[in-house]
Design a protein around this ligand. Sequence first.
Ligand SMILES: [Zn+2]
Ligand SMILES: [Zn+2]
Length: 331
Amino acid sequence: MNRSRQYVPLIRMTDVGLYCEAGGFFIDPHRGSVNQAVITHAHSDHARNVANTFHATTSSAPILYKRLGGNIDLCGYDYGETFILGDTRVSLHPAGHVLGSAQVRIEHEGEVWVVTGDFKRDDDPSCVPFEVVACDTLISEATFALPIYRWAPAAEIAKDILNWWETNIFYQQTSVLFCYALGKAQRVLAELYKITNRTVLLHGAVSPLVEIYRDAGIKMLATENLDLKIKRDYSGELVIAPPGAAGSAWMRRFKGAQTGFCSGWMRVRGNRRRRGYDRGFVLSDHADWPSLLQTISECGAKNVLLHHGFSDILVRYLNEQGINAESLIST
Ligand SMILES: [Zn+2]
Ligand SMILES: [Zn+2]
């Protein structure tokens, strides 16, 4: 019988995460128990301890060991280094998102797919810049895929943060700045390093990750770990803490503090008010609308598959431009 072979996509979404059958591996699996996992970066929604063997960049290894435990089976690779998984050739390329973050390039029978993982195109002195990787099919995140999301340069946001801090010093208030513990906190410290030489106090969830970045050679402002056993006056200090510490008992020691939150979500004013922060600083580690379009155009993909965030809006926009795009749904 002469039946044409049914087309099987090289990578598909499953309820465990992205799966490459030809390579026998998952990308960022989030549950279950799998054999081989390629990890794009160490954020907790991407790196879970659910695989026998992990493949990731060497530069993300210290963070993965810290978060998943020192006894995981982890194979580390340099950016651009090729390794074989099943019938595929795989390599990891800078995603510009956080230290060690990678896009995954998968080659199989002459076909090339790239999975961006979380990525951004903006300047970030705390990680290697995004690299455009040519491909036939691009699987991209679409977290901020709305035209309202356009980021100002981080250097400008850092100036705003410094002005806010200095104003609070004038009024003898403490500045508590909430940032994601991995990536955002270090990016802010690296940007501030260029414009001030003050010292920043760190919440206990942030300091070990700052140490890992320092060990990787990232230049950041001097920091001090908060010692909660010591009773002291924090007026005029800048404290960096994870968002989870907002509104907790931990905050009580900073009476009358001004609070700020660094996130792309601060682009929408209501978010700041709803979450009860005094200031919102629009700083994101994800691609904004122009960067998503730029990336899709530059990689030359014939097919674009989108997931996360506002993927439907971007699919519609791309289809209107004559680009073959779809939302990635579990099969
Ligand atoms: Zn991430
Ligand atoms: Zn993510």
